[in-house]
Every structure is written in structure tokens, then in C-alpha cells.
Design a protein around this ligand. Structure first.
Ligand SMILES: [Zn+2]
Length: 517
């Protein structure tokens, strides 16, 4: 239980003393909140479960098989950092290639747009006959085992590390997958979400907050171009005038309102019938950070409007490789766009990918302020990844601020290991735990990583040996830091309580049956 509020053991730092009293009060509240883990003395089943779990992680070599079984059964609450298209496995996409009558390019074909090896072609009938011969239907892919295996490796991280072969840089391997399966990933949101629901239930997950698709990008070209033409050092007055002109035009346009309503309706249709007393689904919408500034802002306006139009859209995110040239150049500009829209549309919640960077990936100056800007300029309520915190300016003050403002960091261990090569003691989750910053365990892209949330919990437990109380707190944090309404959160907490009661009873019964108790 000593790990529950490590902030209490963290050295008091000057920056913490400088924080306003309200924030310090929030800190005390934050540390007092996880009643499920800190409340009444644990019952007999909970104590037996905690003892058993302690045995699984004790010693230099965790009992991995039993630990994986344990975390698979463990109630895990929600998955808050979840990309829909990256969550589905390549096998599902190949199945959809067959159902949609699409094909997969067996090789690059010069002169045919999009004819890139392993990429899906969604309209084979429109291809010239000579090109069509180079694009395989799903049956032909499955009949060619060599090509099929190569395809799984290109559409995911499968077999990247377990045998020598011509390999791309890991971050390129990871992000390229979306270009291959992208043309089919929206084939049936209903089927995909139903599959993800079943998978969640199978591993005792009750809530998904997924990024399904981006909101429409709208607005008159001249006003978008005016933002693109701003000088890099434009001050707030100059920037906000250009942003306001485009936002005014978008928000006054009836056609825009219809497109936003259509988008919200598509999401509602995709989610129809999925919520029940065992499972709840909500969406984040998002913008892609690699486009020109005017395009990013137009997309952001659409995202904010959509979030306000639909109760199913509970937050806004920004995605794409953070180390890209435009992403790095415009990072601060994007954060100011969020700040502008927060003033215009208060109440929209932000979970922002920030600090998915490591030393060597970009020049050192690029590692110094992304998390802080996401929090202080953009007003993010959650941080995705937060890896570069160890390189930020005034890092201890930043950690204090994250804790004091109760901003949770979404920890994606497999994704960070693969894309950034950050693992073990080098992963900043050790800093977040030590500083008492709230965090959640999430998957990022389970289909690309070929993992699931249980695997992420097993990795977290085996590597960092958190107490059972801390593991449980991570699951409760995934509900507490979700963007659900307070009433929905209370309902989900009640459901999580019931799941833990059942889980701990089942572990205790197993221990009795096998003479371990
Ligand atoms: Zn992500």
C-alpha cells in the first residue's frame, strides 16, 4: 500500500511551494481519491489475491505464464489511448479485403496511382487489365503463404524482432502500416467495433475511448491559405485574427453544420447497440499534425464542433509522428490553436499526444517543452506517451504540476519499446510513479503491436513490480481520468467494483482449490 501516493515520499521542491493553494488542495484531493484502493482494510479475498499476485512478481524472474493469466482475468477498467484502425489485427483487414472485393498489390506497378506493394486497392474494377493482374484478391493472398506472411509483417510489427530480415527503421515500420491497411480500415465500423467490444469483454475491459476517424476539414480556401501565409514568428494578435476569420466562416456556414451533423450521425450509427451493462464506448476525434497550419486548424475547428455536437464524442486529440518535420516546426503553433479554440468553445476535453520523442530522434532542443506546452498552452487534461519528460526544462516542476493538476499520462509500454526503443528503467513511468503523477495503462495500437491490454498490464507488472493496490489503482484511474460525464463515471466505478469483487473471489477460490490458501 505504500506505493499508493508516492508523492508523499517525493522531495518537496521549490516549484511545488510556488503553486497556488488551490492546486495544492487538488493534490491532496487527488491522493485522497482512490478510495477503492485506500479505503477500508482489504477483505479476505482481496488480501489473498494481493498475496498471490505478490508471489507472481517476487524474485528476479516473474512467473510470467501465471502473471499473464492473472492480468488477462484482472478487471482493467478502460483503454483510454486507443486508435481504432491500429487496434484491429491484419487478419481482420484481409478478411475485409475479401468481403469488399478489394485486392492487395503484389508488387509496385509503375504508372498506376497507389500501386504500392502490400497496399490495399479498394476499387479493382477500375484498374487497367494489365495492372489488375498484379493485385491479389484475398483468396489469392491466402493461397500464397510466403506473400501472406510478408503481408502480416508489413501490416503490423509481427516478427520484426525475432529473426533477421531486411527491416525498416522501427518508427517507419509502425507508421507505414496505416498506409497499407488504410483503404479498408473504414469498411465496416460496425463490424470492427463489435469485434473490439467482444475482445474487450474477453479480457475484462469495460470501456473504450477510441479514435475512430477525424472530423471533416472545412472552410474557404483563401482563409486557410491566409493562415498558411503567416510568418513563423506571428504574435498572438496576428495569429488569432487569422484563426478567428476562418473559424467565423466555418461556423457561419450551413453546409458545415450539415457535414458535422452527418459525421456525428455516422459515429452514432457505428456505435449503435454496443453500449450495455457490460461495455461502454465513446469516441475522441482528432487532427493530423503533419499538414499545413491552415489545414490543421480547419480540421481542429471541425473537431471542436463535432465534440460539441455529439455526446458520444468526449474529447479531441492530435495524432501522427511527432518527430516529423512539420510536426516539430509547428508544434507550438498547434498548441496556440488549441488555446484559441478553448476560449471559443469552452468545455471540450483534450487528450494530446505529447513527448512521443526520445534523444537522437530530433535535436535536443526539440525535447524540452512539448509536454509543458500541451498542458500550459493547450490545456490538455491527459498526456499521451509523455516520454520526453526527462529532457524537459524544469522537469521536477513539470512533474509536480502534472500531479497538482491531476493530469494523467497514458502509458503505452509496447508501443514505446517498439517505436522509440524506450523500455525498462529508461521508461519515464518510473518518474511518474515516483512523483505521484496519475497514469493509466493503455494499448495505443494493439493490432499493429499484436498485443492487448492484458499484455500491457503483464508487462507493467513484470517490469516494475507495482503492488496489487497500485495495479488496481491503475485500472480505477482509467475510469476516473476518462472523459465520461460524472454520472457515467460513477456508474462505471460501480461496475468496476463489482468486477473486482468477482475477480478476487475467483482467485481466492482457485487458491483454496489448489491448496495455496
Ligand atoms: Zn497514439
Amino acid at each position: 500500500m505504500t506505493d499508493l501516493c508516492p508523492a508523499l515520499a517525493f522531495p518537496r521542491l521549490p516549484a511545488l511551494r510556488a503553486l497556488p493553494a488551490a492546486l495544492l488542495a487538488a493534490t491532496a484531493l487527488c491522493c485522497a481519491l482512490p478510495a477503492q484502493a485506500r479505503g477500508p482494510a482489504p477483505g479476505r479475498d482481496e488480501a489473498a489475491t494481493a498475496r498471490y499476485y505478490g508471489q507472481l512478481i517476487a524474485g528476479a524472474e516473474p512467473r510470467s505464464a501465471e502473471l499473464t493469466l492473472f492480468t488477462t482475468q484482472l478487471p482493467k477498467g478502460g483503454d483510454l489511448h486507443h486508435h481504432y484502425s491500429g487496434a484491429l489485427y491484419a487478419e481482420t483487414y484481409l478478411d475485409w479485403v475479401g468481403k469488399a472485393g478489394a485486392c492487395v498489390w503484389r508488387e509496385d506497378v509503375a504508372g498506376v496511382a497507389g500501386a504500392q506493394r502490400f497496399r490495399i486497392e479498394s476499387k479493382p474494377a477500375a484498374l487497367p487489365a494489365e495492372a489488375r493482374a498484379h493485385c491479389l484478391d484475398a483468396g489469392a493472398v491466402l493461397a500464397d503463404n510466403g506473400f501472406y506472411r510478408q503481408l502480416l509483417m508489413r501490416w503490423s510489427d509481427k516478427d520484426f524482432a525475432n529473426h533477421p530480415h531486411d527491416a525498416l527503421p522501427p518508427d517507419q515500420q509502425f507508421f507505414d502500416t496505416f498506409g497499407y491497411f488504410g483503404p479498408i480500415s473504414g469498411w465496416s465500423y460496425r463490424d470492427g467495433l463489435a469485434l473490439l467490444k467482444q475482445r474487450a469483454l474477453d479480457e475484462n475491459v469495460q470501456y473504450l475511448e477510441t479514435m475512430l476517424r477525424s472530423a471533416p476539414r472545412l472552410g474557404p480556401r483563401p482563409l486557410i491559405d491566409a493562415i498558411n501565409a503567416l510568418p513563423p514568428d506571428a504574435d498572438d494578435a496576428q495569429l488569432f485574427a487569422a484563426l478567428a476569420a476562418l473559424a467565423d466562416a466555418i461556423e457561419a456556414d450551413p453546409a458545415t453544420a450539415r457535414q458535422i451533423a452527418d459525421y456525428a450521425a455516422q459515429l452514432a450509427d457505428a456505435a449503435a447497440g454496443l453500449d450495455d451493462d457490460r461495455f461502454t464506448l465513446r469516441f475522441q476525434t482528432y487532427v493530423v499534425r503533419g499538414f499545413a497550419p491552415g489545414e490543421v486548424f480547419a480540421s481542429l475547428v471541425g473537431s471542436y464542433l463535432a465534440a460539441q455536437a455529439s455526446p458520444l464524442i468526449v474529447g479531441v486529440n492530435i495524432v501522427g509522428p511527432e518527430n516529423g518535420y512539420i510536426a516539430m516546426r509547428d508544434y507550438g503553433l498547434h498548441m496556440r490553436m488549441f488555446r484559441f479554440l478553448n476560449q471559443r468553445h469552452p468545455g471540450v476535453r483534450l487528450a494530446l499526444h505529447a513527448g512521443e520523442l526520445t534523444l537522437g530522434m530530433v535535436p535536443p532542443e526539440g525535447l524540452q517543452d512539448h509536454i509543458r506546452q500541451a498542458v500550459e498552452v493547450a490545456g490538455a487534461a491527459r498526456i499521451g506517451h509523455g516520454i520526453d519528460v526527462l529532457h524537459e526544462r524544469q522537469p521536477w516542476a513539470l512533474l509536480d504540476e502534472l500531479r497538482a493538476r491531476d493530469i494523467a499520462v497514458e502509458i503505452n509500454l509496447s508501443s514505446n519499446d517498439f517505436i522509440l526503443g524506450v523500455a525498462g528503467a529508461a521508461h519515464p513511468v518510473v518518474l511518474y510513479r515516483r512523483a505521484g503523477v496519475p497514469f493509466v495503462i493503455s494499448t495505443d495500437d494493439a493490432g499493429v503491436s499484436r498485443n492487448n491490454l492484458s499484455g500491457e498490464y503483464a508487462l507493467f507488472a513484470a517490469r516494475y513490480k507495482p503492488s496489487y493496490a497500485e495495479l488496481k489503482q491503475a485500472a480505477y484511474s482509467s475510469i476516473r481520468h476518462s472523459f465520461l460525464s460524472p454520472a457515467d463515471k460513477a456508474q462505471q466505478i460501480g461496475r468496476l467494483d463489482a468486477r473486482y469483487k468477482a475477480f478476487e473471489a475467483s482467485v481466492a477460490a482457485m487458491l483454496s482449490r489448489t491448496g495455496q490458501r
